[in-house]
Design a protein around this ligand. Structure first.
Ligand code: NAD
Length: 443
């Protein structure tokens, strides 16, 4: 099937690659000429396990192409995905300007029936806005071409995106058109062989399903972080509590890890966007507002441990920082807890020596060159000359470090762990003073 994808980001590029892999003929369009040129030279703009060989082999086989030529792309695809960003507006609501710009472009160039699929995460009612934009633009050009607008939210996880798109848990289709449904069932059939994962529903429910999924996951995290704060208040160990509650199958072990807050391009903005659209509709989404507030405070947690350890005197200290990306297996730094920490440390006059397996280039891009940030080639190099160590991201490579070496390299035997990777007793045996989340302030 001929497929067009607008937006070559985490979602668009991965979807395009897996669609091409199963034999669809895919054209990707982006407004970023540099990104398109580099992709054509084999440079994949994001880190995602398994993505580079998938994109390069399908590009070489001619099953996927990259362009800024929207007209050509629109002529190509019978189905057209919109997978552009929906960043938060000033008030936290989702900014639809990129989505609506794509809708206008599609209508400007379409000369035959198109199925326009919204893959971006968008507030309930956006499909109506996309339809209205298509209709308005077609009328402007005096064209009487028909179209369907479908909501098909994306549930991939960064760090596991290729696998998630190849073997999705569910494929949600929000549509009221039988022909669009039939076409999309055909499009997705290679990913729907094991059992029927396609869930068809009305458009508004599909749009809300995406937000509900992310808000539920963010709620689990903020709930556990609240419990970790209570564990500190009451002198309990949140890791025992986690194991205790996870054993109930109604709760389960997944996604109940306490830590230094959630980040990324989705949870923070989606919780905010749903809360804002609820309030615009006259409903106060109290749980969502609390989830956001708890997370905001949780991101300051590591700095508050550090600051109180040093009685607020951090000027001239050098901090080794392991983990910059918002979670392991990605180079994405959007809303990452490490950024909140680094910025607070700099404000307090400390210097940071940081290491991340994949997010060094992105950190450099965001912060440029500055005297109080050194990006080091290895996690061991980050320890050289540092006073203490902080861990922000639970990369596998940080899970069993050489504790003797850590102690030897640091000026102080001091470790702040934002992801509860180690046992406090073991840290004590190594002679390291250990702060973790909800495990008793200092061991
Ligand atoms: P991204 O920022 O990585 O990529 C968006 C791309 O769209 C950029 O390359 C940008 O240049 C391009 N773009 C902007 N305007 C354009 C236009 N008019 N025409 C063509 N291209 C244009 O974004 P992303 O992380 O892939 O997210 C895209 C959407 O998918 C968002 O709504 C997001 O919430 C949602 N989503 C993201 C994830 C994730 O894990 N990243 C998961 C599920 C859903």
């Amino acid at each position: 099937m001929k497929v067009t994808v607008f937006g070559i980001g985490y979602v668009g590029l991965v979807q395009a690659a897996v669609m091409a892999e199963v034999g669809h003929d895919v054209v990707c369009i982006d407004v970023d000429q540099n990104k398109v040129d580099r992709l054509k030279e084999g440079h994949i703009p994001i880190y995602e396990p398994g993505l580079t060989p998938l994109v390069t082999s399908n590009y070489e086989a001619g099953r996927v192409d990259f362009t800024t030529d929207a007209k050509m792309g629109i002529e190509h695809g019978e189905v057209i995905f919109i997978a552009v960003g929906t960043p938060p507006d000033e008030d936290g609501s989702a900014d639809l300007k990129y989505v609506l710009a794509v809708a206008e472009t599609i209508a400007t160039h379409m000369e035959s029936h198109k199925i326009v699929i919204n893959k971006s995460t968008v507030p309930v009612g956006t499909a109506d806005k996309v339809s209205a934009k298509l209709a308005e633009t077609l009328a402007k050009f005096n064209k009487s071409v028909t179209y369907d607008v479908v909501s098909n939210p994306e549930f991939l996880k960064e760090g596991a995106a290729v696998n998630d798109c190849m073997r999705p848990d569910r494929i949600v289709l929000g549509t009221d058109s039988e022909t669009a449904e039939k076409k999309l069932r055909e499009l997705y059939s290679p990913f729907n062989r094991n059992h029927d994962k396609i869930i068809v529903m009305d458009i508004r429910s599909a749009e809300l399903t995406k937000y509900a999924a992310n808000c539920m996951l963010a709620t689990k995290i903020s709930f556990m972080n609240e419990m970790s704060n209570l564990a500190e208040v009451f002198g309990a160990d949140i890791e025992n509590v986690r194991r205790g509650i996870g054993s109930d199958p109604r709760i389960g072990y997944q996604f109940i890890y306490p830590g230094c807050g959630y980040g990324g391009s989705c949870f923070p903005k989606d919780v905010q966007a749903l809360a804002r659209s609820a309030s615009d509709a006259g409903y106060t989404a109290q749980i969502l507002e609390s989830v956001e507030l708890v997370n905001y405070k949780q991101k300051e947690k590591l700095f508050s441990y550090i600051s109180s350890h040093f009685s607020g005197d951090l000027a001239g200290k050098t901090v080794a920082l392991w983990g910059l990306s918002f979670k392991p297996n990605t180079d994405d730094m959007r809303e990452s807890s490490s950024r909140v920490l680094m910025e607070a440390l700099w404000k307090a006059g400390a210097k940071v020596k940081a290491f991340d397996p994949e997010a060094m280039e992105e950190t450099q891009r965001i912060y440029g060159s500055r005297d109080d940030l050194s990006l080091m080639g290895t996690k061991e190099a980050a320890l050289e000359g540092a006073d203490f160590l902080v861990i922000c991201t639970e990369w596998q490579a940080f899970r069993a470090p050489d504790f003797e070496l850590i102690k030897e390299k640091l000026t102080l035997p001091l470790l702040f762990d934002g992801r509860n990777l180690f046992e406090p007793k073991l840290m004590m045996e190594y002679g390291l003073q250990y702060y973790a989340i909800g495990r008793g302030l200092s061991v």
